[in-house]
Design a protein around this ligand. Structure first.
Ligand code: DHB
Length: 394
């Protein structure tokens, strides 16, 4: 079979790209190794930047998000026995974020794509990419029914995340990898309880970081910093609540709302970027090219930003035959990616307790939090990164 752009991976990057291309009259086929149920049920983060909200609306996928998502106008930073607020619209000229879980975004994107008759193939296996250096690359795969197939295309978009085939298909010597591993992870829970706060709480504590997030008036999402090698089986519900309470305290009559826990997960934390995000006719986007630690929730938003740049470059190519924007894709995307890397690394460093950290380091962290919440300039720097930096010229 033949298409213009073969897209590997039906995550946010692949699905958004396919819809952006469709709206410009460019054909694609999306290949996904998992089932539709699996991708629509995998629980990840849930914060959409203003630019991601706008993009979902612009491509016709925002209707349910606008009804069911929760707009948040700020966050709380809790440290040293205090809680301070960062007000996003006031500091950023009206920008906000939306709480809307990633798997809900996926459901909406799959639906919008299928409504237009899109070709999305779930449960494919043995995906491989070929002839990347020429003008007629190919993707081979085995479909759900066991039949081996080949796609001839103009371009391949590698949107298949950290475990996908796209990145390892690039010869090792062609890529530079920049990486930080953090000596801690996040223990995440979902529980049935009312919200403990009307805005997210990012809490610094000697015992470790805590994030109080939410999914709905009935379901809450919370995380605490943990040993990345720990096991969820080691944590009974009682032990989890005791840890949250030890780190959050009960101040000014505030109390953590507890309830039955129905999901537990430990996530590792690292920062990683590969450069360049292109090899011949293969373009990487989203987690296939970069990973951020979860603090600040930039992962999905960066994937959306990448494909915005890539869709524009492909549209320009098909309209004019010129490759200048495709040639600039990696550099353009990396400018935003490195700023988001810096922000995620900075939030992580400011809020977590590093093993072996002494009182000096803790006092510097408290001073930084005091500065960020006390200085309008510093608060603005946090706020404008959190809601998403503007898209220069896009
Ligand atoms: C969530 C995750 C994050 O990494 C974050 O910074 C804020 C919220 C979440 O899953 O709700």
């Amino acid at each position: 079979m033949r298409t213009q752009v073969a897209i590997i991976g039906a995550g946010p990057a692949g699905l958004l790209l396919s819809q952006l291309l469709h709206l410009q009259g460019i054909e694609s086929i999306v290949l996904e190794s998992r089932s539709r149920d699996a991708i629509e049920g995998t629980i990840k983060a849930g914060i959409l930047e203003q630019g991601t909200i706008d993009l979902m609306n612009a491509i016709g996928a925002g209707e349910r998000m606008m009804k069911e998502g929760f707009v948040h106008e700020g966050i709380r930073l809790r440290f040293d026995g205090r809680e301070e607020r960062i007000d996003f619209p006031e500091l950023t000229g009206g920008r906000k974020v939306m709480i809307y879980a990633q798997h809900e975004v996926i459901k909406d994107l799959v639906q919008v794509r299928l409504d237009t008759g899109a070709d999305i193939r779930f449960e494919v296996s043995e995906v491989s990419v070929h002839e990347l250096g020429g003008t007629r690359p190919q993707v081979r795969f085995r479909d759900r029914d066991g039949v081996l197939r080949r796609i001839d295309c103009d371009f391949i978009a590698g949107c298949d995340g950290t475990q996908g085939v796209s990145r390892p298909s690039i010869p090792a010597g062609e890529l530079s990898i920049y990486e930080r591993l953090y000596p801690f992870g996040w223990f995440g829970i979902l529980c049935k309880a009312p919200p403990s706060s009307d805005e997210l709480i990012y809490a610094h504590h000697e015992r470790g970081f805590v994030l109080v997030s939410t999914r709905s008036p009935e379901v809450q999402r919370m995380y605490f910093q943990c040993d990345p090698t720990d096991k969820v089986e080691n944590w009974s519900d009682d032990r989890i609540w005791a840890e949250f309470n030890a780190r959050l305290g009960s101040r000014d009559g505030w109390k953590l709302q507890e309830g039955p826990i129905f999901h537990k997960v430990i996530v590792g934390m690292r920062s990683q970027v590969v450069e360049p995000m292109r090899y011949g006719r293969l373009f990487l986007a989203g987690d296939a090219a970069h990973v951020v630690p979860p603090t600040g929730a930039k992962g999905l938003n960066l994937a959306a930003a990448d494909v915005r740049v890539l869709a524009r470059a492909l549209t320009h190519y098909y309209a004019t035959g010129r490759t200048d924007l495709l040639d600039g894709y990696s550099d353009t995307a990396l400018k935003r990616i490195w700023k988001a890397q810096r922000f995620s690394w900075w939030m992580t460093s400011m809020l977590h307790t590093f093993p072996g950290a002494d009182a000096f380091q803790r006092r510097v962290q408290i001073a930084e939090l005091d500065y960020v919440t006390g200085s309008r300039a510093a608060a603005t720097a946090l706020a404008e990164n959190y809601v998403g930096l503007p898209f220069d010229g896009l």
